[in-house]
Design a protein around this ligand. Structure first.
Ligand SMILES: NC(=O)c1ccc[n+]([C@@H]2O[C@H](COP(=O)([O-])OP(=O)(O)OC[C@H]3O[C@@H](n4cnc5c(N)ncnc54)[C@H](O)[C@@H]3O)[C@@H](O)[C@H]2O)c1
Length: 347
C-alpha cells in the first residue's frame, strides 16, 4: 500500500462537514484505511443521515463549527489530522443568506483553526474553492499564484477568507495547514437540490424525464472532478510535508464542455426530453474553468484517475441505487422558477 494511505492507520481524524458530499466519501476512505476513529462533525444543515457511512470506526457528532461547546467535544479527542470541509455551500445560497455564509465559512473556519492550534493538531487541510477565488479573468489553466479581488458572491469571498486565516495561523502559530482548492466535484454522495452543483441536478432531472436547463451559451466549460479523485488528493494533502502552507489545486486538469456534458447525461440515462436554454446566473461570470494540477503532481504525487465518462456512469449508478432516498430528500422548493426546475418539487 502507498505510504500516504498507511499513514492513517490508528489515527484520529476529524472531518468537519463529514456528512456532506465530499466528506462522506472521505469518511469511508479513512475508515477503510483503518483510522482508529473518524469523527464526522456536522450540523446536518445540508446532509442526510443515510449518507453517513455506518462503520465501526466512524463516530458521528452533531454540532456546528460556530458552536464552541460542540467544538470542544470533538477537539477533546485530540485529532491527529483535521479536514475542514464544513461550509455554507455555495454561491446562490450565500447570495440568499450572506450573514449565514459569513458565520459558517468565516467565523466557523476561524474557530476550527483556533481549536486545532490549541490542541496541537498535526495537520489541518482546508477545503477552498478554485472555482471561486481565481475570479473571471485569470489565464487558463488556473495556477495557484493568480488570485482575484473581484469576486462575485459572498461564498467566493468567505472561501478566500478561510485561506487568509490559514495564512495567519500558519505564520503566527505555525499551524501546519494546507489549502486545497477543489473544482466542481461530482460523484456519489451529492444529493441534488436548489443550491447544489449542476451534475447531480442534471442527473436528477434526466432520470425524472425533464429537459436539462443550460444557463449559458453551451460553450462554457468546467473542470469537473470525480469525488474519489478529490478524496485521493485530500489523503495525500494530509500526509506530504511539502504542501504545508501551500495552496494546491485538486482538480481533473481537463476541460469539459457543459453542453456535451448535458447531452451525455441524457444519453446515459435514456432521457428524451432534451435541453432548454435559461437565463445566465448573475454571479456566474466564468466562461471557462480549467485548473493546472502541476503543483498537486509535484507536491503530492497527485494524478486524477477517473475519466469523465466513467465518473458519470458511477454517479448515475449511485442515483439509481439510492433513488428513493434521493427523491425524498432532494430539495427543490415549490414556487421556484419552472423554467429552471420544471415541476420537480420536494414531496
Ligand atoms: N462540491 C464542490 O464542487 C466544491 C468545490 C470547491 C470547494 N468545495 C468545498 O469543499 C467542501 C465540501 O463541499 P461539499 O460539496 O461536500 O459540500 P456539502 O454541502 O455537501 O458538505 C458540507 C457539509 O457541511 C455541513 N455544514 C454546513 N454548515 C455547518 C456548520 N455550521 N457546522 C458543521 N457542519 C456544517 C453540511 O451539513 C454538509 O454536510 C466545502 O468546504 C466546499 O466549500 C466544494
Amino acid at each position: 500500500m502507498d505510504d500516504y494511505k498507511k499513514h492513517y492507520a490508528d489515527k484520529v481524524v476529524l472531518i468537519t462537514g463529514g456528512a456532506g458530499s465530499i466528506g462522506s466519501n472521505l469518511t469511508r476512505a479513512l475508515a477503510q484505511l483503518d483510522a482508529r476513529t473518524v469523527i464526522v462533525f456536522d450540523d446536518m444543515s445540508a446532509a442526510y443521515s443515510w449518507n453517513i457511512p455506518s462503520l465501526p470506526n466512524v463516530l458521528f457528532v452533531r454540532g456546528s463549527v460556530t458552536d464552541e461547546v460542540a467544538l470542544k467535544k470533538v477537539f477533546v479527542m485530540k485529532p491527529d489530522i483535521v479536514y475542514h470541509l464544513a461550509a455554507f455551500f455555495a454561491n446562490q445560497k450565500s447570495i440568499d443568506f450572506p450573514q449565514h455564509d459569513l458565520m459558517t465559512n468565516g467565523l466557523g473556519t476561524l474557530l476550527v483553526y483556533q481549536y486545532a492550534q490549541m490542541c496541537g493538531t498535526g495537520r489541518v487541510v482546508y477545503a477552498s474553492s478554485g472555482c471561486s477565488i481565481y475570479g473571471s479573468s485569470a489565464p487558463l489553466p488556473l495556477k495557484e499564484d493568480v488570485m482575484s479581488m473581484h469576486l462575485t458572491s459572498p461564498y467566493q469571498i468567505t472561501k478566500m477568507l478561510g485561506e487568509l486565516y490559514a495564512n495567519y495561523f500558519l505564520n503566527h502559530y505555525e499551524l501546519p495547514v494546507i489549502k486545497t482548492r477543489f473544482f466542481n466535484s461530482y460523484g456519489p454522495g451529492e444529493v441534488p437540490g436548489q443550491y447544489r452543483n449542476v451534475i447531480p441536478n442534471f442527473i436528477f432531472r434526466a432520470i425524472s424525464g425533464f429537459p436539462l436547463p443550460l444557463t449559458g451559451d453551451g460553450d462554457e466549460t468546467r473542470d469537473f472532478t470525480y469525488v474519489m479523485d478529490i478524496v485521493d488528493g485530500l489523503l495525500r494533502a494530509g500526509y506530504y510535508e511539502g504542501a504545508i502552507g501551500q495552496e494546491v489545486n485538486i482538480a481533473s486538469g481537463s476541460e469539459v464542455n457543459i453542453l456535451k456534458m448535458a447531452e451525455r447525461i441524457n444519453e446515459l440515462t435514456g432521457n428524451r426530453a432534451g435541453i432548454i436554454r435559461t437565463k445566465r446566473r448573475q454571479w456566474d461570470t466564468k466562461k471557462r474553468l480549467l485548473a493546472s494540477i502541476e503543483r498537486a503532481k509535484d507536491l503530492l504525487g497527485y494524478t486524477p484517475q477517473t475519466p469523465f465518462d466513467e465518473g458519470l456512469e458511477l454517479t448515475i449508478k449511485w442515483f439509481r441505487d439510492n433513488w428513493d432516498q434521493i427523491k425524498r430528500d432532494a430539495e427543490f422548493p415549490p414556487g421556484m422558477s419552472s423554467a429552471v426546475f420544471g415541476v420537480i418539487t420536494k414531496k
